[in-house]
Design a protein around this ligand. Structure first.
Ligand SMILES: Nc1ncnc2c1ncn2[C@@H]1O[C@H](COP(=O)(O)OP(=O)(O)OP(=O)(O)O)[C@@H](O)[C@H]1O
Length: 306
């Protein structure tokens, strides 16, 4: 089946790019690399794309850029320019920063190339490094040059494939801030990273894929809430509790925090009553996961770097 370029009415949202039920198989492969993935990118928002190795992230990115054609599904886009900042450095190591930027600027048709060049130098804060050979830059500065080249096209959709691999903490903080500022100007960002804390910190939304299937998609807060059926109590004066008599089995304890499965609606009230009756004090209670990594592990059953 041919890919359908749906019109804005069928998109039924303000998405700048929307994928519906996208399937893709590499020639000769026994399994689909993408198995019915639906996703939307929105102006001014950062979507974090997470998945273990081989999940289908790169394949998805190549479909969004148009480098690969899906076997079936719908694809809607109102983006004028989509830029991909790849994980591999996409510049000439023997040229200086300025020479690289000028070269790629000439390759990128924009209305005002000089202004665009000045703008990306400013965003990536490369002004002090223009005469340095790209090969001599630190890991963080190379990432900034990679980003600057991607921004030359003045994209309205920016696809970032692991933009902070191999950078020092300062450059990392700088890059994360730059990505947030770019989104604040209205650019739609797809952010792929193996660093969960980054994704949790800067992304408005997260999509978790594994084996070509979208396992979860929503805001970070939604995923932390929805994907957990656990409750954690912080207690004091708990030493006298006989856990074998608890109305719900204790799953785990860490210092004064006690974790329980929360399968039924009355689990929490039963536990509260039991703690109070046994003389323990409830200091705090929270539902849901605290970290995206816990959500990821629950859904994919392995760590991101496996
Ligand atoms: N050129 C190719 N030919 C055949 N199979 C491929 C090709 N590229 C990827 N695949 C397979 O497609 C599936 C999805 O791969 P993809 O590269 O999209 O995953 P990924 O999530 O980007 O992984 P990583 O985090 O390791 O980059 C995997 O099973 C992979 O082996």
């Amino acid at each position: 089946m041919d890919l359908v370029l749906a019109d804005r009415a069928r998109c039924n949202s303000n998405a700048i790019i929307r994928l519906n039920d996208i399937r893709y198989a590499y020639p000769g492969a026994s399994e689909n690399a993408l198995n019915g993935v639906s996703l939307a990118l929105h102006p001014g928002r950062i979507l974090g794309l997470l998945g273990p190795n081989g999940a289908g992230k790169s394949t998805l990115i190549s479909i969004i850029t148009g480098m690969r054609k899906a076997a079936s599904g719908e694809w809607y886009s109102s983006a004028k320019r989509v830029s991909l900042v790849p994980q591999d450095f996409a510049f000439y190591p023997s040229l200086t920063v300025a020479e690289n930027l000028k070269f790629f600027s000439r390759m990128t048709p924009t209305a005002a190339p000089a202004e665009s060049l000045a703008k990306v130098i400013d965003i990536a804060q490369l002004g002090a490094f223009l005469n340095k050979q790209a090969a001599q830059l630190s890991g963080g500065m190379k990432r900034r040059l990679n980003l600057a080249i991607g921004l030359l096209a003045e994209p309205d959709v920016l696809l970032l494939d692991e933009p902070t691999v191999g950078v020092d903490p300062q450059s990392r903080a700088y890059l994360l801030n730059a990505v947030r500022e770019l989104a604040a100007t209205g650019i739609s960002v797809l952010y792929t990273s193996h660093y969960m804390d980054e994704v949790q910190a800067i992304c408005d939304e997260v999509a978790i894929v594994d084996r070509g299937v979208l396992l979860a998609n929503g805001s970070v807060a939604e995923l932390l809430q929805q994907q957990s059926s656990e409750v954690v109590f912080t207690l004091s004066e708990f030493e006298q509790l006989d856990w074998s008599l608890a109305p719900t089995p204790l799953l785990a304890r860490e210092r004064d925090e006690f974790r329980f499965a929360c399968a039924q609606s009355n689990t929490i009230s039963e536990l509260c009553q039991w703690f109070t009756a046994q003389g323990a004090q409830i200091i705090a209670m929270r539902r849901g996961h605290q970290h995206l990594e816990q959500v990821f592990m629950q859904l994919t059953h392995h760590r991101l770097r496996d």
